[in-house]
Design a protein around this ligand. Structure first.
Ligand code: M6R
Length: 613
């Protein structure tokens, strides 16, 4: 996830584009850059790190420029360094491109362009776009704007994956060209000036009149005109939206907190994490993982390591991997792994899960595992992080930057990545084609099912209000539901400071039941048909002690008669139910903490990245 902005008009274009870019820093801050028109052609300035670093490179010499595009990067291909920062130019230096999205076929395009003599500077997927446009131009010194636009549309048609692009060129000196497919882009309309940005809040300091581009739209933007058309060059009419929201919540995309915004990004997160990994025949491809059959046959056991939410994702992964590959899988918290003299060797695959890729305990565990000869595989969100650089193989989650300390969308991305891995490792062995098709179909349906749950968020908000007087929570479940309960309890305690514990439902009568009395809240996850009967008996035991019971059930399943409250979620494969169950439970924690007036995005005593052991 990256952010792009652009400007054409009489203001200093570079400074205006960068000012708006700062509203998009939540979309990534590995590096940033700007391209602008000057008397001698297109100039580019880039810097590693936050946008403030780029700003320090910008002087009065840019003030005369009237056209600019800028970019803040969340690395997906290539390290987060200055060379890989956008904008990216073609060989001639006459075309500059900023891009948000992933060009899935970039490797093959790059190879083909190299054969034709194009020289690449960066490791990014984006750089193929500027070279591809250049390649489509007629061989002439006098390229017209019309020829340039045709070449650009042709080039974009060859890309698979997702893109929102901003392009400037010496061939269209007073204009910005934009296009989108599966990545957001808006055009802000001014008087004698126009803007582009990845989201509406980024242009709100200057205008509230906005065109929200649709998939397949392109636009040619000058200071006094905006022409929208499709990739075939046919003109389109698009409505102008008058934005009425309050500007204060703009960075959060109109949400009150990053946590809520990030929960609402979960459908996109799941889509992006799946993207490029499922072939047409429903086989899973993980080019980054690079496991030969020989290496895999040598692996006898798997150990999954992580902290907090990442460890909880590992608990789901343990069950799923064991179910599909039938080899022993253990999940262990990273801080325990290192000092337990772990039994790992060259027949062990150690999977390290981390959103940040910088958690000290997880890094220490990885180094210990490598020392003992194990194969290490990182499931990581942050490209260029220490874990992504040091592990033997990497599978990236595509959650984009997660700002809220409470991890939400990263957890869902980790579950999806683990599912892909489990299918990948079993598809040539025990997993039948029938079961593989079922899992893949279910994975592809998840984004829409999450959207359906999010659409019912007001029900969860009301529920949080009704439960807000409770000060002790138990989250109960069996099998996959137990693993999900662990994460749900962590969410509630870390942002609302309420005591919440997760138990395997069958364990309650071995001690914790003594704590149940009126005022104690029980959240019972009942999404696993194989264990539901026993699960409901356990809930009845709690009900008999006058606890308040909220059940999470699959839509269409019978509501247990012991339930005081019910949350219904769509049905998917049993192994994927934690993905769907977690969405309302994250929302419940969020609304609960909000009722209690807690500091949701930065809970007390906690930090986003824990870099000490
Ligand atoms: O960056 P990591 O995924 O390695 O972080 C691990 C934990 O610190 C993290 O999941 C933490 O538990 C979150 N606050 C949970 O919401």
């Amino acid at each position: 996830m990256c952010g792009i902005t652009g400007y054409v008009g009489d203001r200093p274009a570079v400074k205006t584009a960068i000012k708006n870019l700062k509203r998009l820093e939540y979309r990534g801050y590995d590096s940033s850059g700007v391209a602008y028109s000057s008397a001698t052609g297109i100039e580019v300035r880039k810097s590693q790190g936050k946008i403030a670093n780029l700003e320090s490179l910008i002087g009065a010499e840019t003030d005369l420029s009237t056209v600019a595009i800028s970019h803040t990067r969340w690395a997906t291909h290539g390290r987060p360094n200055e060379v890989n920062a956008h904008p990216h130019k073609d060989c001639s230096g006459k075309i500059a491109v900023v891009h948000n999205g992933i060009v899935e076929n970039y490797a093959i395009l790059r190879q083909q362009l190299k054969i034709k003599g194009h020289e690449f500077i960066s490791d990014t997927d984006t750089e193929v776009i500027s070279h591809l446009i250049e390649d489509k131009l007629p061989a002439s010194d006098q390229i017209t704007a019309k020829e340039f636009l045709l070449a650009t549309r042709q080039a974009l048609k060859e890309l698979s994956g997702s893109f929102a692009v901003g392009i400037i060129s010496d061939y269209i000196p007073n204009a910005v060209f934009v296009a989108r497919k599966d990545s957001p882009l808006v055009i802000g309309l001014g008087e004698g000036e126009n803007f582009i940005a990845s989201d509406i809040p980024a242009v709100m300091a200057f205008t509230r009149r906005v065109i929200v581009m649709e998939d397949g739209d392109c636009a040619y933007i000058e200071r006094n005109s905006v022409d929208v058309f499709n990739l075939d060059g046919e003109r389109l009419d698009r409505n102008v939206l008058d934005v009425t929201w309050d500007d204060i919540s703009a960075e959060k995309g109109g949400f009150d907190h990053f946590m809520l915004k990030e929960i609402f990004e979960e459908p996109r997160t799941v889509r992006d994490t799946l993207r490029g990994h499922i072939l047409e025949n429903n086989r899973v491809e993980l080019p980054e993982v690079k496991f030969t059959t020989e290496q895999w046959n040598h692996i006898r056991r798997i150990t999954i390591v992580g902290c907090g939410t990442a460890f909880h994702a590992g608990l789901v992964g343990k069950r799923l991997l064991e179910q599909l590959i039938r080899r022993p899988v253990e999940a262990i918290v990273a801080s325990e792994f290192r000092y337990s003299d772990p039994i790992v060797d060259d027949e062990t695959l150690v999977i390290l899960i981390s959103q940040s890729g910088e958690t000290a305990d997880t890094l220490a565990a990885m180094r210990e595992a490598r020392k003992k000869g194990a194969h290490t595989l990182g499931i990581v969100n942050v490209v260029g992080s220490t874990l992504s650089r040091e592990a033997d193989a990497i599978l990236y989650t595509q959650a984009g930057p997660e700002i809220g300390v409470a991890s939400t969308k990263a957890y869902l991305a980790q579950l999806v990545a683990l599912s892909l891995l489990a299918i990948y490792l079993s598809q040539d062995h025990l997993l039948t084609e029938f079961d593989r098709n079922k899992m893949i179909t279910a994975l592809k349906q998840l984004p829409e099912q999450i959207e359906e749950i999010l659409g019912g968020c007001s029900h969860i908000e009301d529920l949080a209000r009704r439960l807000s007087s409770h000060s002790c929570f138990f989250f109960l479940g069996r099998s996959y539901d137990y693993a999900a309960s662990m994460e749900a309890a962590l969410k509630l305690k870390e942002i609302s400071y309420i005591h919440a514990e997760a138990y395997a439902a069958g364990e309650m009568k071995h001690g914790p039941l003594a704590l149940v009395e009126p005022g104690v809240s029980i959240i019972g996850l009942c999404t696993q048909p194989a264990t539901n009967e026993k699960m409901i008996s356990n809930l009845k035991e709690v009900k008999a002690r006058e606890g308040t019971i909220t059940t999470v059930i699959r839509k269409g399943d019978e509501v247990p008669d012991c339930a005081d409250e019910v949350i219904e979620i769509p049905i998917t494969e049993d192994a994927l139910m934690p993905v769907l169950a977690m969405v309302p439970l994250q929302l419940l924690s969020y609304y609960f903490a909000r009722e209690r007036g807690c500091s949701i995005d930065q809970p007390r005593n906690l930090a986003k990245s824990v870099t000490v052991e």
